[in-house]
Design a protein around this ligand. Sequence first.
Ligand SMILES: Cc1cc2nc3c(=O)[nH]c(=O)nc-3n(C[C@H](O)[C@H](O)[C@H](O)COP(=O)(O)OP(=O)(O)OC[C@H]3O[C@@H](n4cnc5c(N)ncnc54)[C@H](O)[C@@H]3O)c2cc1C
Length: 389
Amino acid sequence: MTNPAEILALPKPAWARDDVAMLYDMATRFLSEEIAPRYEEFEKAETFDRESWTKAGGAGLLCASMPEEYGGSGGTFAHESAIIEAISHVGVDGFGIGLHNSIVAPYILHYGSEEQKKKWLPKMATGELIGAIAMTEPGAGSDLQGVKTSAKRDGNQYSINGSKTFITNGQLANLIIVVTKTDPSKGAKGTSLIVVETDEVEGFERGRNLDKIGLKSNDTSELFFNDVRVPTSNLLGHEEGQGFVQLMQQLPQERLQIGTTAIAAVERALALTIDYVKERKAFGKAILDFQNTQFKLAELKTEATIGRVFYNNCVERHIDGGLDPVTASMAKYWLTDLQGKVMDECLQLFGGYGYMNEYPIARMFRDARVQRIYGGTNEIMKLLIARSL
Ligand SMILES: Cc1cc2nc3c(=O)[nH]c(=O)nc-3n(C[C@H](O)[C@H](O)[C@H](O)COP(=O)(O)OP(=O)(O)OC[C@H]3O[C@@H](n4cnc5c(N)ncnc54)[C@H](O)[C@@H]3O)c2cc1C
C-alpha cells in the first residue's frame, strides 16, 4: 500500500521532524506488528485486551507527553500527534490511546497535586492504569452544565452517586475522571473533577459495552456510581468548584486530537483509494482513467492538503503556547466534516467492494461518523466559533 504519510507530498513541519518522526516510525512498526494482526479479533470482541495496553506502555506509546519524572517520555503534543497519526495510518483506530494520553493524563498533570501525579501517572505510562473521562450523562451531553452526578463530602471522603454514558475505554478503564457536582446549587461553579480508581472502590458498576455502528473495538460504556467512596484527596485542583474551568481549559487539546485522527484517516483513505483505482478495471481501462475519478480525487487531495496545512499550523501554535478554543473548534469541526466527506467519496470509488466489511474503506466510513459527534458536536463547535464573531 502507498504510504499514507507521503500521499500529500507536503514538506514535514519542524515539529514533526527528528525525535517525533522517529516515534512515528516506531509506533507504526509496533502497531503493524503487535496490534494489526489481532485487530479483527478486537473488533469482534468489541474491546481491546489489557495486554495490548501494557505492551504499548512497554513500547513507549503511553504518556508520551508526560514528564519523565512521572514515568512519561517528556514529549509534547507533537509526540502525541505522531502516535495518533500512526494509529490511523495503520488502521487500528479503536485503540483508545489518544484519549488516555492526551486527554486524561493532562488533567492529572495540570491540576493534580505532586502526590497525585506520582501515584497515577507512572502507572498510566505502563498501562497498569487505563484512563477514561466521564462527562456525559443520559440527560447531559452537549449541555454539560446539566450534569447530575453528585459528590457529597462526608468527613475525609466523597460519596459519589449518579450514572454516566458513552464513556470511551469504559470497560477497561480503572482510572476514571468523573465530572461531578460538589455543590448542585451553584451550577457550573459547583462542578468538580474527582478521580475514581475503580479497583479500589465499592459501589462502582460498569453497564453494557454499548453496541455502536463503528469504532467497534473501542469499548464504550455506561458507568454507575452508587455511594462510591473516594478520599477527598482524589479531587483534582486545590478547591472544589473548579471543574468547569478545568474542562474548558483542556477541551482545545481534546478537539485538536480529534482533528489528528481525522486528517490521518483522510490520508489513509486517499492512499487506499488511489491504489485501488489504479488496479481495478471497467470498460477496458483503469477506474483512475475516467475523468470523474480523476476530478474527484483531485478535489479530495486538494482539500486534504488544505486540511493538513491547517492542522500542522494548529499543532505548531498549540506547542508554542496553547491553541485558542475557537481555532481548536474550527479544527475539530472542519477536519471531521472533511473526514466524513472523504470516506464517503472514496467508498463510492470502490463500488460494491467499498460496502464490504473486508475492505478497510468500509470500516473507515463507519468509524468516521462519530468524529462529528463526540468531543462536542460540530454544531456546538460552530456555536463556539460564532461567539468570536
Ligand atoms: C462513541 C462515543 C464515545 C464517546 N466518548 C465519550 C467519553 O469518553 N466521555 C464522555 O464524557 N462522553 C463521551 N461521548 C459523548 C459525546 O461527547 C456526546 O454524545 C456529545 O457531546 C453529544 O451529546 P448528546 O449525545 O447528549 O447529544 P445532544 O446534546 O442531545 O445533542 C443532540 C443534537 O442536538 C444538537 N444540539 C444540542 N445543543 C445544541 C445547540 N445549543 N445548538 C444547536 N444544536 C444543538 C447536537 O449538535 C446534536 O446534533 C461519546 C460519544 C460517543 C458516541
